[in-house]
Design a protein around this ligand. Structure first.
Ligand code: MBD
Ligand code: FE
Length: 284
């Protein structure tokens, strides 16, 4: 197969993200009383906005059409994770008493069961990915008192230089830039990857039309996604960003927290080097 020019579309990545999500188990033990209270307040909020802005029939019909398009393009995971997930994350992972590393949103492109890699490792990447600046990311998974958690796992996934995630765009090896790093006995890891670039969310579909309609931008700052797990501890889903990079103070997904911004130093050979450790709260 020759794969000279891959041209991923919002439609393609949207449908892949939707298919992925449909394969996850989705259930909740929400009571009828709670469901009733939530849906009533939701409709009341919609009514309030419609009244406040005296929404026209044309606007209502545009909304209806747009929602149909979001579904047809498979962009519900994208739109919801960009515009809503940060609020849910804030509610659920900033509880009083948690002192470990801050979380951030998962986004639409996480995949379970990425291949295991040793504590000292290089992320799976293609020759062409190696043109990017290398990033050495080292640190330790600990409890909140700083004790190392040997055998903890750090799942890492991020986009390539062109802003594409493996399995959500065509022509990229299955597990490119995805891995499950198993920490050493002291919880340490040292991962060689590449410096991620700022990321434009797929903008040629209805999520892009939505952003254009209010004159916004479709950019996220350069980021790495992580899930950190150790038995008996609260699992962290988070992201790491880069000091001074574009969009860190203006993320379309509102998912940056100051504690999650890295400041890598460049060595004599042009490698970026950064230390960042994760502290896990005990499971409650
Ligand atoms: C991403 O890579 C991402 O992290 C989010 C939150 C939304 C869309 C694409
Ligand atoms: Fe992302």
């Amino acid at each position: 197969m020759t794969q000279t020019e891959v041209n991923p579309t919002a439609h393609d990545s949207g449908n892949r993200a939707t298919d992925k999500f449909k394969n996850e188990s989705v259930k909740s033990d929400t009571s009828k009383e709670r469901a009733n209270a939530i849906y009533k307040d939701l409709l009341a909020a919609i009514a309030e906005v419609a009244q406040k802005h005296e929404v026209t029939y044309d606007e209502y019909r545009v909304l209806k059409n747009w929602m149909i398009q979001i579904g047809e393009y498979g962009e519900w995971p994208l739109w919801l994770d960009v515009f809503v997930e940060h609020e849910i994350e804030k509610i659920n992972y900033n509880r009083k008493g948690y002192t470990g590393t801050k979380g951030s949103i998962e986004g639409p492109y996480y995949l379970e069961n990425a291949p295991e890699l040793p504590a000292e490792c290089e992320m799976p990447m293609r020759e062409q990915d190696k043109a990017a600046q290398p990033l050495f990311f080292k640190g330790q998974v600990t409890d909140v008192d700083g004790n190392g958690l040997g055998g903890a796992t750090v799942e890492l996934w991020h986009a390539d230089e062109d802003g594409y995630y493996s399995q959500f765009a065509p022509g990229i090896p299955e597990w490119n830039l995805r891995g499950t790093i198993v920490t050493d006995e002291e919880g340490r890891y040292n991962i060689k990857t590449l410096q991620p670039a700022p990321y434009q969310i797929p903008a040629d579909g209805p999520t892009g039309w939505f952003i254009e309609s209010y004159g916004g931008h479709p950019w996220r700052p350069a980021h790495m996604h992580l899930k950190v797990k150790s038995p008996g501890y609260r699992e962290i889903t988070t992201q790491l960003y880069f000091q001074g990079g574009d969009w860190t103070d203006n993320d379309v997904a509102t998912a940056v927290k100051p504690e999650l911004i890295l400041d890598p130093q460049t060595d004599g050979e042009g490698n970026n080097i950064v230390n960042y450790s994760f502290a896990l709260d005990k499971e409650d």
